[in-house]
Design a protein around this ligand. Structure first.
Ligand SMILES: *Cc1c(COP(=O)(O)O)cnc(C)c1O
Length: 222
């Protein structure tokens, strides 16, 4: 039970040395555990569910930077926007339009990452390369004054085969580099969100700038 303090301090040092941002993924974990890492200096936390994030944020210090890393539904944008620093899983123009509209109402610009599907597993979430290119073009042709695309997010396959994982991260980095040079206004590509508990060292070696780590810090989830 409780937070893995030693692991946290070790991982933090390792990532600091590499210049990589650590997002502590606290989904399903109690507020007390989040506070424990907060007291060790952690400020970036990631949550997947709107209601859980809303409830936790209300009980925790206001200088926490919340990352929304789950799948965001358009009708929930309004609820979480005032709380979040960065939305990781954007994969449609419709969602971006809503984020822009609601951000405008709040008088702010919201940073977003586009989610790219790189894993072998089938999932509804994330864009393949072709869809990403289409979305890139549609973004270029749209008015989205209150959003900024800061980078990409992706998840590698759940496999022990490190070669596969490395290859997937490498492909995401390639896409990131291409977008960073080609993309126009609304794009300020600086963040490559890849790497979790099981594969973050590989992700860092392949050019990740931000890792999302849960179970290594908070223990396994039920
Ligand atoms: C849960 C989750 C994580 C953290 O996973 P761990 O394996 O516990 O580190 C990272 N990213 C996303 C998108 C998640 O949903």
């Amino acid at each position: 039970m409780g937070v893995h303090r030693e692991a946290y301090l070790r991982i933090r040092e390792e990532l600091d040395a590499a210049g990589v941002t650590l997002v502590a993924v606290s989904k399903t974990k109690p507020v007390a555990d989040i506070l424990e890492l907060y007291e060790l200096g952690q400020r970036d936390f990631g949550e997947n569910y709107v209601q859980e994030l809303t409830e936790k944020a209300a009980q925790l210090p206001a200088d926490i930077r919340w990352h929304f890393i789950g799948h965001l539904q358009t009708n929930k944008v309004k609820t979480i926007l005032p709380l979040v620093q960065l939305i990781h899983g954007v994969d449609s123009l419709k969602l971006l339009q809503e984020i822009s509209k609601q951000s405008g109402r709040l008088g702010r610009v919201t940073d977003c990452l586009l989610q790219v599907h790189i894993a072998r597993e089938e999932t509804k979430f994330g864009l393949d390369e072709e869809e990403l290119q289409q979305l890139q073009q549609r973004i270029a042709g749209s008015s989205l004054p209150f959003t900024r695309i800061r980078g990409l997010m992706g998840m590698a396959s759940f496999t022990e085969d490190k070669t596969v994982v490395r290859g997937e991260f490498r492909s995401l980095k390639k896409i990131f580099d291409r977008l960073a040079t080609e993309s126009g206004p609304r794009f300020e590509m600086e963040i490559l969100s890849m790497g979790m508990s099981g594969d973050y060292p590989i992700a860092v070696a392949e050019g990740s700038t931000l890792v999302r780590i849960g179970s290594l810090l908070f223990g396994e989830r039920n």
